[in-house]
Design a protein around this ligand. Structure first.
Ligand SMILES: Cc1ncc(COP(=O)(O)O)c(C=O)c1O
Length: 482
């Protein structure tokens, strides 16, 4: 029995049987993709939402023609969020480096599995090397190292699972055997994944204790000390503090040095969620912003944000990598035992693992540390311009001090009553999107609606920013004269 060509041509023939055909298909698909991406500035940032019901995606009995697949792809492009458009400044969704797009393509094509060394001899070693180098860039000691995971939430979960196992000594036990209920501390403005982590590691969401923040959304260390004392008085078992370097809504950084002292005094694990802000390590001018991070026991960081790697790309780094392995490793009997390079699937909450590392490696080759430094510094340059425009307008207010390239602000025009501010901002967001194609997000923060700009796009210029503010002025004038 032999399979028909129609079936075999759905693969890249290892016998060189269909190379020409494959090249043609890739060329056609690439050309259609580039029609979209190379003209992204002309396409809407956010297409009008179209409800597509279940039959729209009907699984067909027979194969579809290539031209039908192309037309389905066209619909995908037309209805997708367009983060490559410089007017898209609402979220931490950067446009990917070209090398990271190519990296994904190659990673899928060679389809190695980072579950084990035997299944990915080159890529496993690459992941070991790059994560260790990142740990060192953050200032962790020689004994440090890390693993890649598919997203920041998973990185935070793994960090705190290891913290739990080490600090509470329960790798082989369970939380129910503990005499005291374990608790962790984090800022009231930390990412929701920390609460999710509380649920996942068996301590419960209510044992993730929220610490008050100051006027700049940074952890208040007096409250942190008071809460540690209070939890001890209640008979609980504190074991970790999570500090944030780059909060999700306003990009603020907790006082890392002071927090590390508190962690040390109380024998608590210090995890730094540098998912967003960690990228500043590449800027000689701005890396001081996260000084103190070198004291962390673990750090989570997402290259998929400010390092422009396509999603997903995340890592978790540990001060003492061998201790992490000892407290976490579960061997899989179906994988060949490894010592020099412990199989990544044994020391990672994921099993089969995608080669996330490849696109990061290629992008680092394409840009170098210096290229990344320039990208980060350009973001700070744009932030300064954006902030100046806000300060020129008395009706606009920043939520707090801007420390990274995230600007969280809102209109509070003096001709309106306080309770009308939210609607004014909500309508401004809609106006900008429908009339000008600028997309800003609208987070709820401190019980109010705010506008948020994340200045990531390397093609964003001062001209775009000035244009945005001209539209904001137009909206404000129209409302004032109503
Ligand atoms: C500070 C911070 N931590 C964690 C996360 C979660 O990362 P992910 O969405 O990749 O799971 C985010 C996401 O924006 C974040 O901003």
């Amino acid at each position: 029995m032999k399979l028909e060509d129609e079936i075999l041509n759905q693969f890249i023939g290892p016998d060189n049987s269909n190379r020409k055909q494959v090249e043609k298909l890739i060329k056609n698909v690439t050309s259609q993709l580039l029609d979209f991406l190379s003209n992204a500035e002309q396409k809407p940032t956010y297409p009008t939402f179209k409800q597509l019901d279940c039959p729209h995606f009907q699984i067909q009995e027979k194969p579809l023609s290539e031209s039908k697949i192309h037309s389905n792809l066209q619909e995908l492009y037309d209805l997708s969020m367009n983060s490559a458009n410089p007017n898209y400044i609402g979220h931490m969704d950067s446009m990917p480096t070209l090398w990271s797009v190519i990296g994904d393509y190659i990673a899928s094509a060679i389809n190695n599995n980072l579950l084990s060394l035997e299944m990915s001899p080159f890529l496993t070693q690459l992941e070991y090397s790059l994560t260790k180098q990142f740990a060192r860039l953050f200032g962790l000691p020689e004994a440090s190292g890390g693993v890649m995971l598919s997203g920041g939430t998973l990185s935070n979960i793994q960090a705190l699972l290891v913290a739990r196992n080490i600090k509470l000594g329960i790798k082989n036990g369970n939380v129910f055997s503990l005499k005291k209920e374990p608790v962790i501390f984090t800022s009231e403005h930390s990412h929701s994944s920390i609460q999710k982590t509380g649920m996942m590691i068996g301590i419960g969401v209510e044992n993730v204790i929220k610490i008050k923040t100051d006027e700049n959304s940074k952890i208040d260390c007096n409250d942190l000390n008071a809460q540690i004392e209070e939890q001890l008085r209640l008979g609980k078992q504190p074991f970790a503090i999570v500090a944030t370097a780059g909060t999700t809504v306003s990009g603020n950084i907790d006082p890392l040095k002071d927090i590390s002292k508190i962690a040390e005094q109380n024998n608590l694990w210090l995890h730094v969620d540098a998912i967003y802000g960690g990228a500043v390590i590449f800027s000689k001018k701005h890396k001081h912003l996260i000084t103190g991070i070198e004291q962390a026991d673990s750090i989570s960081f997402n290259p998929q944000k400010w390092l422009y790697i396509s999603k997903t790309s995340s890592m978790v780094l540990f001060r003492d990598f061998n201790k992490m392995i000892d407290s976490f490793r579960i061997s899989a009997p179906y994988m060949k035992e490894q010592n020099a390079y412990v199989n990544l699937g044994e020391i990672n909450i994921q099993g089969t693992k995608y080669a996330e590392i490849l696109k990061l490696w290629l992008s680092l080759q394409g840009l170098g540390k210096s290229g990344y430094g320039k990208l980060i510094e350009y973001s700070f340059h744009l932030t300064k311009i954006f902030k100046t425009e806000i300060s020129k307008r008395p009706f606009l207010k920043l939520v707090c001090k801007t420390e990274m390239n995230i600007l969280c602000f809102r209109g509070e025009p003096n001709y309106l009553a306080l309770e009308k501010f939210d609607t004014w901002n909500e309508n401004l967001q809609l106006y900008l999107l429908s009339q000008t194609d600028f997309f800003l997000s609208l987070p709820k923060y401190k019980n109010n609606l705010w506008l948020r700009a994340v200045l990531l796009n390397p093609f964003l210029t001062s001209k775009h920013i000035k244009n945005l503010f001209t539209h904001i002025d137009y909206y404000e004038n129209t409302n004032k004269n109503r």
